[in-house]
Design a protein around this ligand. Structure first.
Ligand SMILES: O=C(O)CCC(=O)C(=O)O
Ligand SMILES: [Fe+2]
Length: 426
């Protein structure tokens, strides 16, 4: 999914107009201490659900919290260089993507490659046993959050708040008679975020409501299966560096902010999070509303489980594409030379397209991000070596095509010249 520069500009204009309209008066937002907070939540934000820490098994908390720290100690979190409003920006939060083997997730023009999680041993080698265990912990958390999501979705179906898409939701829920099967609500990746506010010198102020410093600005999560839920596990922790008083700590909890997209009438919502809490953006909430993350005072991790739309975003997909293009290349017997089977224009064009796709959307994306993926496992290095080999073979195809085109134009040109010269040469 390419973000168009024109589309971005249009959105920016709309946003600027909105801010001008507001002048210096901030919009209203409600927190738990405000009257009407729960009323607002249940009427305008009913598809946002909080599950407090005690709803999650203690062993799962333990395994996941250990996993976060393992990844941090192995230096697996990286700030992403993303494109926003035509500018290259480094995200304040550092991230890692973990998920189904071969899955990728593209956001803000950056393709992230999932460090594979598996329950059983698929022969994937990890750089350390604790990294392998960390991936297993997120797999377990994923399964748990998936179950909770189904539960919350069916509660939503039964509730009177359901207004739009009742049909879709009903379907999503009823397809879960047998929980655990693959479907639109099985999360295939988690994008894990980490930020230590004490080491971040500059964080942007939330511009519309005056909610405070943002770790992640207002956005919709992109590149997800339409209407799919996003489930987030939140975990802040005290390290030896943090010596805050209990009270001060309380005043600076991490919060998730929500607002209805392009709506300046409905107050925004700021929901404080305790360590171990999970929140769910059910059904199409991510489309109708925007969210942001407001920084608290402690270092914090979040594991954001999603259904990435990866019809053209898995290793299997791109490998199959390459193989399709390479069907047109056949080996000459008794030599290491190859030739094109068909010179049909469509065949040649398709090969060129696939050659570009693998080069720009996969190889360059991967190498641009440096060696970050080799911190965890060799999975993507091996996968990329295969794609590179396909790319190299396609390179010969494209050069064949260019040579054929050259010969064709020479032939046309010569024919033309011969025609012109005919009276003189006769
Ligand atoms: O950390 C969170 O609570 C949510 C982060 C988020 O919105 C994102 O990564 O897209
Ligand atoms: Fe998000």
């Amino acid at each position: 999914m390419k973000r168009s520069a024109a589309g971005d500009r249009e959105k920016e204009d709309k946003k600027r107009k909105l801010l001008q309209q507001l002048g210096d008066v901030p919009l209203e937002f409600l927190s738990p201490k405000d009257n009407g907070f729960h009323q607002l939540w249940s009427s305008k934000y009913a598809k946002l659900v909080l599950q407090e820490a005690d709803r999650t098994p203690v062993e799962l908390h333990r395994a996941v919290q250990k996993a976060f720290l393992t990844l941090l100690h192995h230096g697996c979190f990286f700030q992403d260089l993303v494109q926003l409003k035509g500018k290259d920006l480094l995200t304040p939060v550092s991230r890692i993507l973990i998920g189904e083997p071969g899955c990728t997730y593209k956001y803000l023009n950056t393709r992230l490659f999932a460090v594979p999680w598996t329950e059983e041993d698929l022969g994937i080698s990890y750089n350390a046993e604790d990294i392998s265990n960390a991936c297993k912990a997120f797999y377990a958390l994923n399964k748990f959050l998936h179950l909770q999501t189904i539960r919350e979705l069916s509660k939503l179906v039964r509730s009177k708040h359901l207004t739009d898409h009742p049909g879709d939701l009903q379907e999503q829920v009823s397809s879960h008679g047998d929980v655990g099967q693959e479907d639109a609500s099985s999360f295939n990746v988690t994008l894990i975020n980490y930020m230590n506010p004490q080491t971040m010198t500059y964080l942007k102020e939330e511009p519309y409501f005056g909610m405070g410093k943002m770790a992640v600005s207002w956005h919709h999560d992109e590149n997800l299966v339409e209407g799919s839920t996003v489930a987030v596990y939140n975990c802040s922790y005290k390290d030896a560096m943090n010596t805050l008083e209990e009270e001060a700590e309380d005043a600076s909890k991490w919060r998730v902010g929500l607002k209805i997209a392009w709506d300046i009438e409905t107050p925004g919502l700021a929901l404080p999070l305790n360590s171990g809490d999970s929140y769910f953006m059910l059904d199409n909430l991510n489309t109708t509303h925007q969210h942001c993350v407001l920084a608290g005072s402690l270092p914090r991790f979040s594991s954001t489980h999603r259904v990435a739309e990866c019809s053209s975003g898995t290793f299997t997909y791109i490998q199959t594409r390459c193989e399709k293009a390479l069907e047109n290349l056949c080996a000459l017997p008794d030599s290491d030379k190859t030739k094109l089977q068909s010179l049909e224009v469509e065949m040649l064009q398709q090969a060129e397209e696939i050659h570009n796709e693998v080069e720009f959307d996969w190889l360059r994306q991967f190498w641009f991000q440096g060696t970050r993926y080799s911190r965890c496992s060799d999975y993507w290095l091996l996968a990329m070596a295969k794609l590179e080999e396909h790319w190299r073979q396609m390179e010969t195809m494209v050069s064949f095509k260019n040579t054929s085109l050259f010969i064709f134009w020479m032939w046309v040109l010569n024919g033309y010249r011969n025609t012109l010269c005919m009276p003189f040469t006769r």
